[in-house]
Design a protein around this ligand. Structure first.
Ligand code: SF4
Length: 285
């Protein structure tokens, strides 16, 4: 994990931040530049969560930091649980402290649309993104139905949908959860993306992309295999199918990693090619 930070803390803030989840100026995640975690903690929703790296980090490196704050649902069990949902209002100022435009992965350690995130706090997070519009925010959720409802309820904030610098994505680990794509498509946004990581089974996007006829609903697809002890291997044909469907529909394709014992174990090349494509919308430079 990237620990090097150039960020200056406001007085009294440093103790609330840890090197990994608070202000890493550079993220180790290939498709982003930095992570921003105004909330931390989450609960499992599907098989893609089985080896959640955020839960692992929360239980080890970040345990003391997270347990120093009261959880949103303040029960004895949650106070002991470093991965219970917590909010960090002081972090709302973080994007404004980054002068250089960057891609920002919002809530790498949580899910902004978890049911325990107070509605008003989620709204404040989006206000921060709207105000500091020099960055591109990559909001990734496994709860896109809640995201669609949130954006509909707060039309005043987003009169024309999510603007080009706020991207919204959902994780799809195999075909069994492709219903998330339909929910994602209900979010009015300039950029909607899929994170197919960890890809643990076959996934056919044919219902959402028209070969040769483009795709006006999805704007970016990330694919990656699982890593860590006991990682579930990604079959090459699963990755190739997604690459070919993206190529056919002219959707940018990003191949993050094969996975394996470590994230870098299998490298990043798919059939000898590094696929590092991004949507050409709202980009930083
Ligand atoms: S939704 Fe994401 S952060 Fe939450 S448990 Fe699943 S993998 Fe972890």
């Amino acid at each position: 994990m990237a620990n090097k930070t150039r960020i200056r803390y406001l007085p009294g803030e440093a103790a609330a931040f840890s090197p990994e989840d608070a202000l890493p100026d550079r993220s180790a995640i290939e498709w982003t530049d930095a992570t921003w975690n105004p909330t931390t903690g989450c609960t499992r929703v599907s098989a893609g969560c089985d080896r959640c790296y955020a839960a692992t980090l929360a239980g080890r490196l970040l345990k003391a930091t997270y347990r120093s704050r009261l959880p949103v649902v303040n029960t004895p069990t949650n106070r002991r649980d470093p991965f219970a949902l917590r909010i960090w209002p002081e972090r709302l100022r973080v994007p404004g402290s980054w002068r250089k435009p960057r891609r920002v992965f919002v809530n790498s350690m949580s899910d902004l649309f978890h049911r325990e995130v107070p509605e008003d706090f989620a709204r404040q997070c989006f206000r921060a993104m709207l105000e500091v519009d020099r960055h591109v925010y990559q909001v990734l959720t496994k709860r896109p139905a809640r995201a669609a409802k949130f954006v509909a309820r707060h039309r005043g904030l987003f009169p024309e949908g999510l603007p080009a610098h706020i991207w919204i994505g959902t994780s799809v680990e195999d075909q069994s959860v492709d219903y998330r794509i339909r929910h994602l498509l209900a979010v009015p946004a300039a950029v909607r993306f899929l994170s197919c990581e960890p890809l643990i089974g076959p996934l056919d996007l044919g219902a959402f992309m028209n070969d040769g006829a483009g795709c006006d609903g999805l704007h970016w697809v990330i694919v990656g295999g699982e890593s860590g002890i006991g990682a579930r291997p990604m079959q090459a044909e699963w990755a190739r199918k997604l690459r070919d469907q993206c190529r056919g529909a002219e959707v940018p394709f990003f191949f993050k990693q094969w996975g394996g014992r470590t994230p870098k174990a299998g490298g990043r090349a798919l059939d000898g090619v590094m696929w590092d494509e991004y949507p050409g919308v709202g980009e930083t430079n």
